[in-house]
Design a binder for this molecule. Structure first.
Ligand code: ATP
Ligand code: MG
Length: 567
């Protein structure tokens, strides 16, 4: 690809109409000017020190998405430079999450720790060039010498050590001669730079810790800032996309690759995702898990990808969300309702409708024969006629929602009440003729009704209209289930400050142990998602087992009544 003309013609067009953003513009410019020989090669570089969250999903969709749209490649690279916080469990969960989101790194799975030897050689090169030195200050002293935003730093007394002495000391650091924290290798840049990142940053520290991949081979570990840019360079990354806080680190990354004379990726920063009613820092999420405020990283209330998956989110809805919020250079907080809307839009098209009663009360149809079971036709998805219909059994004894009956109905209550008529979805119009109560507690235990046989749904005579339609299940055929209702993890939009854990929403989890589901759900598998008519979207939880059905509420419906009336 030598001539400009040829490259321009080969510039791949994104497959579908896409939202413009400044990152696309940069990439397309680079393709036009042939900056990277027409290549687009990105990477997603998580540190395996926790589970991924929805913010990471944005970064994954961006990095893998750009690569896909411009017929490039995207690597998965674990930035595993900090052995004390990193674990294999996190590595495994991250791989699972990226795959689940629908992306594939093919054979390009890398670890910063793969480059420890190379990074060490690079460090020796910088020492040899007089661009790095071994410093005997401890961490506190290094900090004291660094200065502040308004005051320049002070040179370390070890800054001007001869190259030979530095090489010797660095070798001995590596060989384990010195205790942890007693020496560092530092880049020799400028202690007076207005950019604190350039004030002789530490490249290596002495740390005796077992690394999840290199074991005890090393007792010196590279700092993230030293490893990150060189890892991108070694992988020939073209566009190194990261969040805004790394903007000030870019001059340092540039300095390293320039001093080493190696391949130079282009770094692009974008604003990280913040979401209302949740926290997104890995440190805070880890606290919630460790202090058991949640049941684990995959608790359905968590903003982690594994939590969202368990909650019933689809990969499609998360990709739709990433696309809808776009990327920008300015910090903002996205309303969690936007995320929920993406999920509804996706599930509305795809989730089968079923009837489920979460807070059941028994209803007996007095004039319906004891021994008859009718199989009634029910539409699987009004949004998608190709999904057809199913048969739902109807009989004399049913369950309906406690909420769908009021002994003393307020005005405009169109559901069931004494003497009032209501339509049973896909079935008949019924009328309430009596209420049976527990003698001691006064609690309603049974509703007595009659039905009008001429009003069967779909029959020619069914034209008679009543104002309300409610769902039901046949008592003899119903499946028992446990349903877990989930809501937002925090009570306030921005749970910040020292008391952030005190702002958790105690209503975010509610257990309904005695729910009744229509029998078609007997074949539901883990992760299957359904719309429980009028109630919301629900998915089969991982805790389900033969003989035990557990559902999670994924998200509520927006406008339940309008929908029922129309269909
Ligand atoms: P840490 O504090 O541990 O560094 P982190 O959230 O930055 O946490 P990383 O594992 O370093 O975690 O992140 C991997 C990638 O995901 C990085 O490129 C980072 O920029 C991106 N990322 C992290 N959080 C967000 C977010 N909220 N929005 C968008 N991208 C994010
Ligand atoms: Mg990070």
């Amino acid at each position: 690809m030598s001539s400009e003309k040829k490259t321009a013609a080969e510039t791949p067009e994104p497959a579908q109409p896409v939202r413009r953003n400044f990152i696309r513009e940069i990439i397309e410019d680079d393709l036009k000017t042939n900056r990277f020989e027409g290549r687009v090669h990105t990477r997603f570089p998580p540190e395996p020190n926790g589970y991924l969250h929805i913010g990471h999903a944005k970064s994954i969709c961006l990095n893998f998405g750009m690569a896909k749209d411009y017929k490039g490649l995207c690597n998965l690279r674990f930035d595993d430079t900090n052995p004390s916080k990193e674990e294999q469990e996190y590595v495994d969960s991250i791989e699972q999450d990226v795959r689940w989101l629908g992306f594939d790194w093919e054979n390009r799975l890398f670890y910063a720790s793969d480059y420890f030897d190379q990074l060490h050689d690079y460090a020796v090169q910088l020492i040899t060039k007089g661009k790095a030195y071994v410093c005997d200050l401890n961490a506190d002293q290094v900090r004291e010498h660094r200065g502040t935003l308004t005051q320049p730093g002070k040179d370390s007394p070890y800054r001007n050590r001869p190259v030979e002495e530095n090489l010797d000391l660095f070798r001995r650091m590596r060989e384990g001669e010195f205790p942890d924290g007693t020496r560092t290798l530092r880049a020799k840049i400028d202690m007076a730079s207005p950019n604190l990142n350039l004030r002789d940053p530490v490249m290596y520290r002495i740390l005796r810790a077992t690394h999840h991949r290199t074991g005890d081979k090393w007792c010196i570990y590279p700092m993230y800032d030293w490893a990150h840019g060189q890892s991108d360079s070694l992988e020939q990354i073209t566009h190194s996309i990261c969040t805004l806080e790394f903007e000030d680190h870019r001059p340092l990354y540039d300095w390293f690759v320039e001093q080493l004379g190696i391949y130079h990726p282009r770094q692009i920063e974008f604003a990280r995702l913040n979401l209302t009613y949740t926290v997104m820092s890995k440190r805070k999420l880890l606290q919630l898990v460790e202090e058991k405020h949640v049941t684990g990283w995959d608790d359905p209330r968590m903003p982690t990808i594994s939590g969202l998956r368990r909650r019933g989110y689809t990969p499609e809805s998360l990709r739709m969300f990433a696309d809808r919020i776009g990327v920008s250079k300015s910090e903002s907080t996205v309303d969690v309702a936007t995320l929920e809307d993406c999920l509804r839009d996706d599930l509305n098209k795809r989730a089968a409708r079923v009837m489920a009663v979460l807070n059941p009360v028994k209803l007996v149809i007095e004039n319906y024969p004891d021994d008859v079971v009718e199989e009634l036709e029910a539409v699987n998805n009004p949004e998608d006629p190709s999904k057809g219909s199913r048969k739902v059994p109807f009989s004399k004894v049913l369950y309906i929602e406690q909420d769908d009956f009021r002994e003393n109905p307020p005005k405009k209550y169109f559901r069931l009440s004494p003497g009032n008529e209501v339509r049973l979805r896909y079935a008949y119009i019924i009328k309430c003729v009596g209420v049976v109560k527990d003698e001691k507690t006064g609690e309603i235990v049974e509703l007595r009704c009659t039905y009008d046989p001429d009003t069967k749904s779909g029959s020619p005579q069914s034209a008679r209209k009543v104002k309300g339609t409610i769902h039901w299940v046949s008592a003899n055929h119903a499946l028992d289930a446990e349903v877990r209702l989930y809501d937002r993890l925090f009570r306030v939009e921005n749970p910040e400050g020292d008391n952030w854990k005190g702002l958790m929403n105690p209503e975010a989890f509610k257990l309904l142990p005695h729910c009744k589901l229509e029998p078609t759900l007997a074949i539901a598998k883990k992760q299957d998602r359904f719309q429980f008519e009028r109630l919301g979207y629900f998915c089969v939880d991982d805790d389900s087992a033969p003989g035990r059905l557990v559902f999670n509420r994924t998200v509520t419906l927006r406008d339940t009544w309008a929908k029922i009336e129309k269909s």
